[in-house]
Design a protein around this ligand. Structure first.
Ligand SMILES: Cc1ncc(COP(=O)(O)O)c(C=O)c1O
Length: 407
């Protein structure tokens, strides 16, 4: 048999592993999976979509089923510009916004437009694993900047920039971050954009979970504060449904033009049907009608998970307290390794994502990510019970005392 491996491009050696494919593939039957940042299907507006998709096929086939301009259908871009104004207080000009095939495509387009092998990208530690994989594929050097409960440590980034770090861009997820669930504090937003403006550094702002605050709080986006230096990547995967594969890129015109140019070599255009669905659904008030219930569902799931963690986890385990989104981040005692613990967890009927793939290098071995979006509340309780038993089994018997702050 011919061995094609020598033919594979150099970038295939920098793929960053298959953790994402494993998440998307799902878990074995009987395993309660807290892996994927998947929206809960109960939030999908199926009845409205049924009517809307049928209507678009019947009445708008020439547009909705056709190729579209690279930048997106003109009326859809108008709608997205209106939406930016409504939700973020600033209306982008025509040349500042394009439609993308989702948030992940925007990250890939940024790599295609800006990254040569060996370029530097500053990232949060930890950060979205698929972004790290895309950066690795582009043969970029991702440089980790620390976080705390208020999000990215802007002082740490300032120190690195002052010491000569010259990233092509800073990648940040300011709201309900993947994987930690943390949100960048209000005052840090201004500090971050001012710092980057001083150094002439572009920011890639990923707002994937922004519209899923449990209490509808909305801090100013980095793009609204500094449209001259921020490229915002948005997605309808979490607020509408991931099958639509649709998002937006908004930012400085010259950067947006390069993304549109790069898009000619990826999928050429986002699907017309998805674009028109978002436009019609949005113009008819679909987001306002459905998002409050979605927020309440995720908030309720988080309350269930939080109370299960408090009841079952050994007291040596800590976790973050998200105010929105789907995710929390657990830190176990230093001696535990969440990669080696994983088979025992699967055997016990619970799945999580180990911390290392969210890190640059081999860091975060005692950390893991849990998603609370998808399982039911009773399932979350059972999953945490199982996970706590596995953690306790991995700990020294002497230190495995029950959590003191029992409810
Ligand atoms: C932080 C973050 N950015 C981007 C994406 C990808 O979004 P999309 O489905 O639009 O490609 C995700 C999906 O999980 C995400 O968590």
């Amino acid at each position: 048999m011919t061995d094609f491996a020598p033919a594979f491009a150099r970038r295939t050696h920098h793929s960053g592993g298959n953790e994402l494919a494993a998440i998307l593939a799902g878990s074995p039957p009987g395993v309660l999976s807290m892996t994927g940042g998947f929206p809960n299907p109960a939030t999908f507006p199926t009845e409205e979509l049924d009517e809307l998709a049928g209507r678009l096929v019947r009445e708008d086939a020439a547009v909705a089923l056709q190729y579209t301009p690279c930048e997106g259908i003109a009326s859809v871009r108008e709608y997205l510009a209106d939406r930016q104004e409504q939700l973020q207080g600033r209306r982008p000009e025509r040349n500042e916004l394009i439609v993308t095939s989702g948030g992940m495509e925007c990250i890939t387009l940024m790599c295609q437009a800006l990254i040569d092998p060996g370029d530097t990208i500053a990232v949060e530690a930890p950060t979205y694993l698929a972004a790290l994989m895309a950066f690795a594929r582009a043969e970029a050097d991702a440089v980790a900047i620390g976080m705390d409960d208020d999000g990215l440590r802007v002082d740490a980034l300032a120190a690195r920039l002052a010491a000569g770090l010259g990233p092509k861009f800073v990648y940040t997820i300011p709201e309900h971050q993947n994987p930690t669930g943390r949100t960048l504090a209000r005052e840090r937003r201004r500090e971050l954009v001012e710092l980057c403006r001083r150094h002439g550094v572009l920011i890639l702002e990923d707002v994937a979970y922004r519209e899923l605050s449990f209490d509808e709080t909305a801090l100013p986006t980095l793009w609204s504060l500094a449209p001259d230096i921020v490229l915002q990547a948005g997605t309808f995967s979490k607020s509408f449904f991931p099958g639509v594969r649709l998002g937006w890129a908004v930012g400085p015109p010259e950067v947006v033009a390069e993304l549109a140019a790069a898009k000619q070599n990826t999928d050429q255009c986002a699907g017309g049907l998805g674009q028109r669905l978002v436009e019609e659904y949005g113009r008819a008030g679909g987001f306002e009608r459905h998002l409050p219930a979605a927020r309440e569902l995720y908030a309720s799931h988080w309350r269930a998970l939080s109370s299960a963690l408090t009841r079952h986890m050994p007291e040596e385990v800590d976790w973050t307290e998200p105010t929105g989104g789907f995710l929390t981040w657990l830190t176990l005692p230093k001696e535990l390794d969440t990669l080696t613990m994983r088979p025992a967890a699967i055997a016990s009927g619970v799945a999580y994502v180990p911390g290392p793939p969210f890190h640059v290098g081999d860091n975060g071995r005692n950390t893991l990510r849990l998603s609370f979006s998808h399982l039911t509340e009773p399932e979350l309780e059972t999953a945490v019970e199982r996970l706590a038993t596995v953690v306790r089994g991995a700990l020294e018997p002497a230190s495995a005392s029950p959590r003191a702050r029992c409810l």
